[in-house]
Design a protein. Structure first.
Length: 349
């Protein structure tokens, strides 16, 4: 059975029989985990192992483990700094900032791989323009070149741990005030500003081999009338053709308020896939996920299925092996430095 185009979620710490049946559906291709699914490293290790054992090739398992305020697994995992902390370090010592960012990316990925999670939806490549509360300190910096530099270091660490990277939120969520979870953001900037500034970090990571991209639920009204994640212009003309991206395109969560512009859940999934997404996410709405499963029962895209194979984790250290790795001690010392001097006066929310 190949990877289907839907990534869905689970209700709790263990799979129900109904969830097992949904994960066995041919339209399912992956699972995204949330804080409600996490109790301890041993529990999440068992849950992920059970998910992987359901079918062959195994479903891909993901989580949002950016650091800062977006970190789903906490107790038993290292609490990671927000991306903006590395950007502040960059202002005073760019060499140290790159090193620390790479080391933290490696730690994040290594800890997730130790419990068999395939990848995290990170890094965030949005620019902190001082207007987006939902992005805020999730962004590395205000300057595109610095965001690109730090995100490339993060990706190197992630790759060294055997994990794929996901660049988000294409082409850039930092220029809107609205939170797309709750409203429909509209970016009214000139096309050349978006193209010359916001796209630069994405191009750098694409050139560096990033495996996946997640588009924003944002309308760039002077470029395309559609949300970026439902726009063939953004996904096929710009991302695939102009930027030569050959990896996976994940939709953002189709249950977010901004995605409602595309219609029912089945219509949203169809619009995203038609625009160029390889896999769509439906979270926190089992009925919506079932609607999409039924609508996509006969869906098949061999090219997408081949791309999705790259998202599986490639190597793993156990928790015990990880703590014997000298990089682990250096990373823990770095986190301790952050905890004693977080320097959160960054002009963020």
């Amino acid at each position: 059975m190949s990877h289907g185009p839907l990534m869905l979620d689970l209700a709790g710490h263990h799979m129900t029989q109904e969830e097992r049946e949904m994960l066995s559906h041919p339209a399912t291709g992956g699972v995204i985990l949330f804080a409600r699914n996490y109790e301890s490293p041993d529990q999440i290790n068992e849950l992920v192992s059970e998910i992987h054992a359901l079918r062959e090739p195994s479903l891909i398992v993901a989580v949002d483990q950016e650091g800062g305020r977006v970190q789903r697994f906490k107790e038993g995992f290292t609490r990671l700094p927000p991306a903006a902390w590395f950007g502040q370090l960059y202002n005073s010592n760019h060499l140290a900032a790159r090193h620390y960012t790479e080391l933290t990316g490696w730690l994040m990925a290594s800890e997730l791989r130790s419990v068999w999670v395939d990848f995290s939806f990170a890094p965030v490549l949005d620019l902190n323009r001082g207007v987006s509360e939902v992005i805020g300190d999730r962004a590395f910096h205000t300057q595109p070149a610095i965001v690109a530099d730090l995100a490339s270091a993060w990706m190197k660490g992630v790759h060294d741990a055997g994990m794929a990277a996901v660049a988000k939120h294409f082409p850039g969520h930092g220029g809107v005030t609205e939170d797309s979870h709750l409203a429909l953001p509209v970016d009214r900037r000139r096309p050349e500003d978006v193209m010359m500034e916001d796209l630069m970090p994405f191009q750098r990571l694409i050139d560096g081999g990033v495996e996946a991209v997640m588009p924003a639920h944002v309308i760039y009204e002077k470029v395309s009338p559609d949300l970026a994640g439902f726009s063939s212009f953004w996904l096929q003309e710009v991302l695939r053709k102009r930027m030569n991206f050959q990896g996976v395109i994940f939709s953002d969560d189709l249950t977010m308020a901004a995605a409602g512009e595309a219609g029912s859940y089945a219509e949203r999934a169809d619009a995203a896939l038609t625009a160029g997404c390889d896999m769509v996410l439906v979270c926190n709405n089992p009925e919506g996920a079932m609607e999409v499963l039924e609508a996509l029962s006969d869906y098949s895209d061999p090219a997408s299925q081949m791309r999705l194979l790259r998202m599986h984790g490639r190597k793993r250290q156990t928790k015990e092996e990880l703590r014997l790795d000298p990089r682990w001690k250096r990373a823990i010392d770095l986190i301790a430095e952050y905890e004693t001097s977080p320097s959160l006066d960054l002009g963020l929310e």
